[in-house]
Design a protein around this ligand. Structure first.
Ligand code: 8YV
Length: 328
């Protein structure tokens, strides 16, 4: 007798090639409308699914997991961050969680670098000026920004993405500083010419640009709170391509409005898709719609990882990207 295919519920639209393969391999339920699911729709999903494929827009909390049918044994998340999933409850209920690490490192590092360039060099301001029809030609003092070369970059979180940012930033003449839970092995520090700061506070006070590249965990929630943001120099810039929750968005907004820091480049927000409306009013802020990893290649690679994670799990093996709670 042929084995019954597992029911896989996918919460958002994925690239066509991935959805097609998913349909071939499993009894797959797709979300053709691509509208983010409500908590009630998520509850319906976990009641039906053997495997759930959520994304960052789904809050898989206790309220959802407590309604899951006993056959739900795998949450194969489409994305690297797992802060939208209550890992402790998943583990208690014997549900394995996987993610898609590694395949969006370079794309996210590119976008981080783009923001590091865009804010001090006033890229989007210049673009807005062109489109406004108010550009009256070059002038010696027109659109002056600040030089990147020779400045100090402080990277918070020196994992895969942080290191990929460091490699790029060195080529732009930035000196690399970092704060991380653990110091990097000496050979990597040497290769990146990176200076380790055990004290985040001390590092912040001395940087020209600070880039947030750590995951959002209970330990990193509001890591950049009002007190720490106040340590930054008024000439400094903050870039965040990780998770909005790592930075106190209201405190950051206040500091930007009061000229206590020079600018910010933000791809992520504390209450996505909501953005503090006061940020929108500021010229020295570049805002992006959580698109750090948004490349076609990256999305396909992520989807392939999801497929492999599901397939190995269904076949009775440990999926390659199992998220270990102890790592958080
Ligand atoms: C993804 C991300 O696009 O993978 C992550 O952690 O933040 C994004 O780049 C998104 O999470 C997909 O679910």
């Amino acid at each position: 007798m042929p084995q019954k295919k597992p029911v896989v519920v996918v919460t958002r639209r994925l690239p066509d090639a991935i959805e097609t393969r998913m349909m071939e391999l499993f009894d797959t339920r797709l979300n053709h409308e691509d509208t983010p699911m409500t908590q009630n729709q998520l509850i319906d999903a976990v009641r039906a699914a053997d495997v759930l494929v959520p994304t960052v827009t789904d809050k898989i909390d206790l309220g959802v997991l407590s309604q899951a049918n006993p056959n739900l044994k795998l949450i194969a998340s489409f994305g690297t961050g797992v802060d939208h999933i209550d890992l402790a409850t998943a583990r208690q209920r014997g549900i394995t969680v996987t993610n898609t690490p590694g395949v969006l490192t370079e794309d996210t590092a590119d976008m981080t670098m783009a923001l590091i360039m865009a804010v001090p060099r006033r890229l989007t301001e210049g673009e807005r000026l062109m489109r406004s029809g108010n550009w009256h030609g070059w002038s010696p003092t027109g659109m002056l920004g600040h030089r990147i070369w020779g400045k100090r970059l402080g990277i918070i979180g020196m994992g895969r993405i942080g290191q990929a940012v460091a490699r790029r930033a060195r080529a732009f003449g930035l000196s690399i500083h970092y704060h991380n839970r653990n110091r990097l092995p000496e050979d990597i520090e040497h290769e990146l010419e990176a200076t380790y700061w055990e004290s985040l506070d001390q590092m912040l006070a001395r940087m020209d640009i600070v880039s947030v590249n750590c995951p959002h965990t209970p330990a990193t929630f509001h890591l950049l709170n009002a007190r720490r943001l106040a340590l930054l120099q008024p000439s400094s810039y903050v870039v965040n391509t990780s998770r909005g929750e790592v930075v106190d968005e209201n405190a950051l907004t206040r500091m930007l409005r009061n000229g206590k820091i020079a600018g910010a480049g933000l791809d992520v927000f504390e209450h996505e898709p909501a953005v503090n409306p006061r940020l929108m009013e500021l010229d020295n802020v570049v805002l992006l719609p959580h698109m750090g990893s948004a490349t076609i290649e990256g999305r396909i690679d992520m989807g392939e990882k999801v497929l492999i994670n599901i397939k190995t799990f269904i076949d009775g093996h440990t999926p390659p990207d199992r998220v270990l709670q102890a790592m958080l």
